[in-house]
Design a protein around this ligand. Structure first.
Ligand code: ADP
Length: 527
C-alpha cells in the first residue's frame, strides 16, 4: 500500500455511483487509496481493521443510515452524500458531526467537488487536532496547578474543578460539578441560611458571587480579592482565608469564568500573629520608656541640686564625677525620648499640630538652642535666611525637632574648627532648608540606609555615640508634612541634608495598613 496516498472509504450501494467514483479517481489521477463498501455492516467490518483519512458516505443504505457511521467514527472526517431534497438531513448530519455534505445530481457533477472537500476535511481535522491538543494542555495546567481552579458558567454553576479545590473542600468530583458554587464548596451560609457569605449565588453580600458577576458583566479580570468564608469540611466548620481572582472566558460560545482560589490562611494567620507581637512589643517599649523617665528625672534633679551646692559645698573631684553622672543621665534621657518618639511615629500615633508659622522664627529658635553646643566644639556655626520668606503651615515643635536633630548631627560628625551652616530659602511651593557641614561625610554605600531605624555608619577608631534613630525620626516627621528629605555627602569633605517642606502644610496621606505591617515586620526581624 502506498503510504503517501490518502485512504478514502466510500460507502455506497449504487453500483453506478461506485463506478463513477472509481472513474473520477482514474480520470483526475487523484492520490487516493480507496476502498468501496455497500452497507453499514461492511463499513463497520473494514473500519475495525483499517484506518481511513476520510469517509465519503451515502446517506441511505440497505442496513441503516450514515448516522450509524457518524456515531461510531469519532476521529475520521465524514462527508455525507444525499439525494436532492434531503438538505435537511444533511444539516442534521453536520450537527451530528459530519464535516461536510454533497447533494447528488443526475449528471453526477457532484463528484467533481469531492477532491476539494477531501482536502478541506483533512485540513479541518488537522486544525481540530491541534486545537484539541491545546485544549488538553490548558486543562492539564488547570488540573495541575497547586492553587484551586474552578470553571463556572454564567449561572454560577461549577463546570470544572481541579485537584487543589477537591483537596481543600475534601469532596469528590460528583458532589462539586454541576452544582451552584455555594453548594459545591459547602459554604455554611449559602447552604443553611443564605446570609452574608463567601459563596452563595443568591447572597447579596457574597464576595465570590460579586467577583464572578463583575468579571461576567465587565468582561474584565478581577484580581486578588481577599475573603474569609465559613466552610463545612468533613463535618467541621472552618474559616480559611482565600485570595480570589476571576478571569472571564468564552467556552462553546457562552460566558464562563475561570476562578483561581489561593488558600492564604497561613499568611493571614502569620500576619495576625505578627501584628499582635508588634502591638505587645510597642506597648512594652512604651511602658519601659515611661517607667524609665520618672526615675531618670529624679536622678537628674538630685545631681543638679548637689552640683549647685544647695546641700553643701562640692569639691573639684566630686564635681568631676557628678558632671560625668549628669552627662550620662542626660544621654540616657535623650535616648529614652528618641525611642519613645520613634515608637509613636512608627505606630502612627503622632498627630501633627499644623498651624501657620513664621519659618524664620522657628529656625532661629533651633539655631539659638544649638549655638552653645557648636561653641563647645569650636565649630563655626552660621545661619542664612532668604529675605521675605512666606509664612508656611507646619507643626513648629516637630520642625524644631527636625532642625535640632540635623544640626546636632552636623556638629557631632564635624571635627573641631569645622563649619556648620543652616540656609533657608523658598523654591516654588516649598521651603528648602539646607543643613551643611564640613565634617567626615557619609560613605556612598551608606547613603540609602541612613534613614533606616537603628542604622549607624561604623567607623573604626572614630566611633561617635548615638542611637541610629535620629534620621529615621526626622524623615518620618518630614514625610508626615508631605515633604521630603535628601542627602548629599562626600567623604572627608562634608554633608548636606536638604529638607523640602511644602508651604501648604498638606499632611501626607495616612500610612496604609500594608505599609505599616511592612514597617513593623522590618522592625521585628531586625531587632
Ligand atoms: P545617630 O546620630 O544617633 O547615630 P542618626 O539616625 O541621626 O543616628 O544618623 C544615622 C547615621 O548617619 C549616623 O550614625 C552617622 O553615621 C550618619 N550621619 C548622620 N548625619 C551625619 C553627618 N552630618 N555627617 C556624617 N554622618 C552623618
Amino acid at each position: 500500500m502506498d503510504n503517501s496516498k490518502l485512504k478514502i472509504l466510500l460507502i455506497e450501494d449504487d453500483k453506478i455511483d461506485q463506478k463513477a467514483f472509481e472513474w473520477l479517481i482514474r480520470e483526475e489521477n487523484l492520490p487516493y487509496d480507496s476502498a468501496i463498501v455497500k452497507s453499514i455492516s461492511e463499513a463497520r467490518d473494514i473500519l475495525d481493521c483499517k484506518q481511513f483519512d476520510v469517509i465519503v458516505s451515502d446517506f441511505s443504505l440497505c442496513d441503516g443510515t450514515a448516522f450509524d457511521i457518524l456515531s461510531s467514527v469519532k476521529d475520521t472526517p465524514v462527508i455525507l452524500v444525499t439525494g436532492a431534497g434531503n438538505e435537511e438531513i444533511a444539516v442534521k448530519a453536520i450537527k451530528a458531526g459530519a464535516c461536510d455534505y454533497l447533494i447528488k445530481d443526475i449528471g453526477r457533477t457532484y463528484l467533481k467537488a469531492i477532491p476539494t472537500m477531501v482536502e478541506n476535511a483533512i485540513k479541518h481535522k488537522k486544525l481540530e487536532l491541534i486545537l484539541d491538543q491545546k485544549q488538553k494542555n490548558l486543562m492539564a495546567i488547570f488540573d495541575a496547578v497547586p492553587i484551586g481552579m474552578l470553571l463556572v458558567d454564567e449561572n454560577l454553576i461549577v463546570k470544572r474543578v481541579n485537584d487543589a479545590v477537591r483537596q481543600t473542600v475534601l469532596r469528590d468530583f460528583r458532589q462539586i460539578i454541576n452544582r451552584p458554587i455555594g453548594q459545591s464548596l459547602y459554604c455554611i451560609n449559602s447552604t443553611y441560611n443564605e446570609r452574608g457569605c463567601g459563596f452563595s449565588p443568591s447572597c447579596a453580600t457574597c464576595v465570590l458571587r460579586e467577583t464572578i458577576t463583575c468579571a461576567l458583566n465587565t468582561g474584565q479580570s478581577v484580581r486578588k480579592v481577599e475573603m474569609q468564608p465559613v466552610l463545612k469540611v468533613a463535618g467541621k466548620e472552618i474559616s480559611p482565608w482565600f485570595c480570589v481572582s476571576a478571569e472571564p472566558v468564552i467556552i462553546d460560545g457562552s460566558k464562563h469564568v475561570v476562578i483561581a482560589i489561593d488558600d492564604i490562611s497561613d499568611r493571614k494567620n502569620a500576619e495576625e500573629k505578627l501584628k499582635e507581637t508588634m502591638e505587645i512589643k510597642s506597648q512594652f517599649i512604651s511602658t519601659v520608656s515611661h517607667e524609665l523617665r520618672t526615675p531618670l528625672g529624679c536622678m537628674k534633679e538630685g545631681i543638679s541640686i548637689v552640683l549647685d551646692g544647695i546641700v553643701g559645698q562640692v569639691n573639684d573631684q566630686q564635681r568631676k564625677f557628678l558632671d560625668m553622672a549628669k552627662r550620662n543621665a542626660d544621654r540616657l534621657a535623650a535616648l529614652v525620648n528618641e525611642v519613645l518618639d520613634f515608637q509613636r511615629l512608627e505606630a502612627n500615633k503622632v498627630k501633627l499640630n499644623i498651624q501657620e508659622n513664621n519659618i524664620s522664627e522657628v529656625i532661629d529658635e533651633a539655631y539659638q538652642t544649638m549655638t552653645s553646643f557648636a561653641k563647645q566644639k569650636s565649630i563655626d556655626f552660621t545661619l542664612e535666611l532668604e529675605g521675605n520668606l512666606p509664612k508656611a503651615r507646619f507643626d513648629s515643635a516637630k520642625i524644631i525637632q527636625v532642625l535640632t536633630n540635623l544640626i546636632s548631627n552636623a556638629i557631632k560628625f564635624t571635627p573641631a574648627g569645622g563649619k556648620v551652616s543652616v540656609c533657608v530659602k523658598r523654591q516654588d511651593e516649598n521651603l528648602v532648608i539646607r543643613v551643611s557641614d564640613t565634617g567626615m561625610g557619609i560613605p556612598k554605600e551608606a547613603l540609602s540606609k541612613i534613614f533606616d531605624h537603628f542604622y549607624r555608619v561604623h567607623r573604626l577608631g572614630k566611633e561617635i555615640q548615638g542611637t541610629g534613630l535620629g534620621l529615621s525620626i526626622v524623615s518620618k516627621i518630614v514625610t508626615l508634612h508631605g515633604g521630603r528629605i535628601e542627602v548629599e555627602s562626600e567623604i572627608d569633605k562634608g554633608t548636606s541634608f536638604i529638607v523640602f517642606l511644602p508651604l501648604s502644610g498638606k499632611p501626607a496621606p495616612e500610612v496604609l495598613p500594608a505599609k505599616m505591617d511592612e514597617a513593623l515586620e522590618k522592625t521585628l526581624t531586625n531587632h
